[in-house]
Design a protein around this ligand. Structure first.
Ligand code: UT7
Length: 325
């Protein structure tokens, strides 16, 4: 059967690191509060010349290098972002130009913090139906540019960054969800009834402004734990694996307490969960590939591992993908 195999990953962060102590100089907060409630210790904030596209392109270059491929090998670019460089054209086309790819397919996906899961499932479907042979799947964000820097309930939570996978369509000698590498199964969900719990109060066709992020954190937290545990259970049931079969969970990095609660609900030991939220806070669509790439480069995720990717965010949207590395 044909599967989309992850043949390389890469990530990129802005130059400027902003530790909690610096946040405490901007708004009425403290390192203790942020660490205790979220696990976040640091975030990176894009400076002049750093945009969603430049971070995405840097992540892609590293992913291509890891895969031993050139930009010209790529026929499909799917970029997940809620903070595009321009309202249009798609940031994916800008990245395509920066990398020096010509032709092929390039477009953005908007599913906020679950964007990378949506982009991955979309690219996977397109590769398996033969629309391209290799894809760059990117999550890239500059949330610092849509934050209300006077709102301590949100500005301490987010950061900027990018992560990318190179996927390749390969003939794999496998049956069902067993054997061989590749994306085994993805499940995505959306429920538009909760718009007012997590949204941006602006847009091209409403206010004509970019707007600022608004969130009712406590309610989002509650939905996140329930929705994530449900989708993870559904993916396990569909594929016939159990929580014990999973080598690593790579979750969306919103809050260390959400990661703990979700792992506990599934009966997964905390040491199987890749946690990077302490280092780069919530980078929305970038957080899953950033965490994945971190764990590949530090030697935790290895070839043959069974890895669960999962995310939940504005919309609400949520989903999970089970991948054999
Ligand atoms: O990526 C998309 C998905 N997003 C998420 O998953 C976010 C989910 N939500 C969360 O992570 C958590 O709900 C938060 C981290 C946002 C908040 O943690 P919490 O434990 O739910 O706190 P809370 O909102 O209930 O606020 C507790 C208190 C409040 O004070 P009072 O009303 O109890 O006096 C807040 O005003 O903490 C106060 N507070 C702060 N204090 C110091 C809120 N933000 C801050 C802050 N520093 N930055």
């Amino acid at each position: 059967m044909i599967r989309s195999v992850i043949v390389g990953s890469g990530s990129a962060l802005p130059k400027r690191a902003v530790p909690n102590a610096e946040m405490a100089q901007m708004v009425d907060t403290s390192d203790e509060w942020i660490v205790e409630r979220t696990g976040i210790r640091n975030r990176y904030i894009a400076g002049e010349g750093e945009t969603t596209a430049t971070l995405a392109a840097d992540a892609c270059r590293r992913a291509l290098e890891a895969a031993g491929l050139e930009a010209s090998d790529i026929g499909l670019i799917v970029l997940a972002t809620a903070t595009p460089d321009q309202t249009f054209p798609a940031t994916a086309t800008k990245v395509q130009d920066m990398l020096g790819c010509r032709g092929g397919i390039a477009f953005d996906v908007a599913a906020v913090c679950s964007g990378f899961l949506y982009a991955l499932a979309t690219a996977d479907s397109m590769l398996r139906t033969g629309m391209a042979k290799r894809a760059l799947v990117i999550g890239a964000e500059t949330f610092s540019r849509i934050l209300d820097w006077e709102d301590r309930t949100t500005c301490v939570l987010f950061g900027d960054g990018a992560g990318a996978f190179v996927l390749e369509a390969r003939e794999v000698a496998a049956e069902g969800y067993g054997d061989g590498p590749g994306i085994l199964f993805s499940q995505l969900h959306a429920d538009g009834a909760h718009n007012e719990l997590l949204y941006v109060d602006g847009g091209a066709s409403t206010t004509g402004t970019i707007g600022k992020l608004r969130m009712k954190g406590r309610e989002v937290f509650r939905h996140a734990v329930v929705n994530l545990a449900t989708v993870l259970q559904a993916v396990l049931e569909q594929t016939g694996f159990t929580a014990e079969d999973i080598d690593w969970v790579v979750p969306h990095q919103a809050n260390a307490r959400i990661l703990d609660a979700t792992a506990r609900k599934l009966g997964l030991p905390a040491d199987k969960v890749v946690v990077t939220v302490d280092q780069h806070a919530n980078t929305s669509a970038a957080s899953v590939p950033l965490a994945y790439d971190t764990a590949v480069r530090d030697g935790r995720i290895r070839p043959g591992d069974l890895v669960m990717l999962e995310a939940m965010g504005g919309g609400f949207t949520w989903g999970a993908s089970l991948v054999r590395v």
